[in-house]
Ligand binder design. Structure first.
Ligand code: GLN
Length: 486
């Protein structure tokens, strides 16, 4: 039998229910795995083995009383930007280095109510700004497939932990690709739900009109189980949409015959990498064999996605990050003369270079006289991108495209060239701009054996379509079953 840490949440849930193992045993197996390889991978900012074992004991009591829910007793890693009462939540930043929230994020509350076992907080780019996890104050997470490579970002720790068996499932957040990109680079499945589908209450804000929490897991079935748990209305998040969601596991076995997938010509004209192009061609063949039809379509404003995003996201960030001033919580400079000096020194010490760059970009874009030229124009482009997608979905059920323009790159390769780093998100950013659900699914491996992901995009609130398509794809392929040779 495989080790517990290699199994999916669905497999472990069956084992727990059949009383073939306890949550404590499963949690121990994951903790031992962490002990063995965390030095190489560095998925976590904070690990809490004692509290994890306590939570597992609680879960075993609930299971023993026959009151278990689908994910009771399953170990999970939570990205370091979601508040967990009394546990260090740093957002990958020095400025929140000692911050212990006095409350739980709504998603964390839901995990706890389910009886899941929280292992610790997963590493991330500082304030979720980045595509490689290299901007984390705590150091870079490594790609489990090759530890000289980046795992993707900003939810790099969440993706690496699942890929390496250091967590069974995890939560990430995605503002411009931060769930899907690391999922692709680490060969796991990850979904960014529709904007408003999952509560953002207690998620440290980066760009509030784009941020969304979502799960990362070994396969579509586990993604569906996690979506069932975290989707839903929350009165504490005014952008959360009051809407019933289906049982996503109902869509796992539905045939996809007769469905239509769209291929956006603009995405493919940009595709220079042969491995990525090959993975898309292979995926197309797989879907065609399952009876899926393909149409070509056009998203004419796609080219402006990155430019508009890098006005909107930094603008919102410059406003959201104004609260880190050293007054009420977080880091404060030790020596200063007067209040203004305290603000300046605290922020100069507390933020890293990428965060400072975004604050400056955003402050500039929002400043008087520039607002119309930058922010307002970017907001208009955003509307055009949204309309492009709406039109595209008139002729298809979902869109198939790459997640990343290349397989994972080397640590240090792009960190000194922000534009190159920003371009990594060319296929993911438009999805956030339009508020759509997008899912990264393992799509195979490059000639050098590195993960290549495919991406499926659906209309608003059609996460079930993504589950249906990705589950069908995974029944027909074995990419998602491969594990890194650590
Ligand atoms: N890489 C993008 C950025 O730095 C997206 C990050 C994210 O989705 N949080 O803004």
């Amino acid at each position: 039998m495989a080790n517990f840490y290699e199994m999916t949440a669905a497999e472990l849930a069956r084992i727990l229910r059949a009383k073939e193992a306890t949550s404590v045993e499963i949690t121990q197996s994951v903790l031992e795995r962490i002990e063995a390889i965390e030095g190489k991978v560095r998925s976590y900012v904070t690990l809490d083995p004692e509290s994890a074992v306590d939570m597992a004991k609680e879960a075993d009591k609930i299971l023993g009383a026959g009151k278990g829910r689908p994910l009771t007793g399953i170990p999970i890693a939570v990205k370091d930007n979601m508040c967990v009462t009394g546990k260090r939540t740093t957002c990958g930043s020095r400025i929140l280095g000692n911050f212990k929230p006095p409350y739980d994020a709504t998603v964390v509350r839901l995990l706890k109510d389910e009886g899941m076992v929280i292992l610790g907080s997963a590493n991330m780019d500082e304030f979720a700004m980045g595509s490689s996890t290299e901007t984390s104050y705590w150091g870079t997470t490594r790609n489990p497939w090759n530890t000289e490579l980046i795992p993707g970002g900003s939810s790099g720790g969440s993706a690496a932990a699942v890929a390496a068996g250091e967590a069974i499932v995890s939560l990430g957040s995605d503002t411009g690709g931060s769930i899907r990109l690391p999922a692709a680079f680490c060969s796991v499945s990850g979904i960014k739900p529709t904007y408003g589908a999952v509560s953002r209450y207690g998620l440290v804000a980066y760009a509030s009109s784009l941020d969304q929490i979502g799960p990362m897991a070994k396969d579509a079935q586990d993604v569906a189980l996690m979506l069932n748990l975290i989707c839903g209305h929350d009165p504490r998040d005014s952008t959360s949409v009051p809407r019933e969601h289906p049982d996503f596991t109902d869509f796992l076995d539905r045939p996809v015959k007769g469905m239509t997938l769209g291929l956006p010509t603009e995405f493919f004209s940009k595709l220079e990498n042969e491995d990525v192009a090959g993975a898309i061609a292979d995926a197309r063949r797989v879907f065609e064999a399952l009876g899926v039809k393909f149409v070509e379509l056009s998203l004419p404003h796609l080219d402006y996605g990155i430019a508009a995003y890098y006005i909107i996201a930094p603008s919102e960030a410059s406003s959201n990050l104004a609260r880190y001033d050293g007054v009420k919580y977080g880091h404060r400079a030790e020596e200063y003369s007067g209040m203004i000096d305290m603000y300046c020194k605290t922020r100069a010490e507390g933020f890293g270079p990428e965060v400072k760059r975004r604050i400056m970009l955003g402050t500039y874009a929002l400043s008087s006289g520039y607002y119309d030229a930058y922010y307002l124009k970017a907001a208009k482009v955003r509307t055009l991108i949204t309309r492009d997608f709406r039109k595209a979905f008139e002729s298809c059920d979902a869109i198939l495209c790459p997640t990343a323009p290349s397989p994972p790159f080397r640590i240090g390769e792009k960190i000194d060239d922000p534009i190159q780093m920003y371009l990594t998100d060319v296929f993911t950013i438009p999805v956030n701009m339009a508020g759509l659900p997008g899912m990264a699914v393992p799509g195979g491996f490059s000639k050098d054996g590195l993960p290549v992901g495919i991406q499926l995009i659906a209309p608003h609130f059609q996460e079930a379509v993504l589950i249906q398509l990705s589950a069908a794809f995974q029944r027909a392929t074995d990419h998602h079953l491969k594990r890194p040779p650590l």
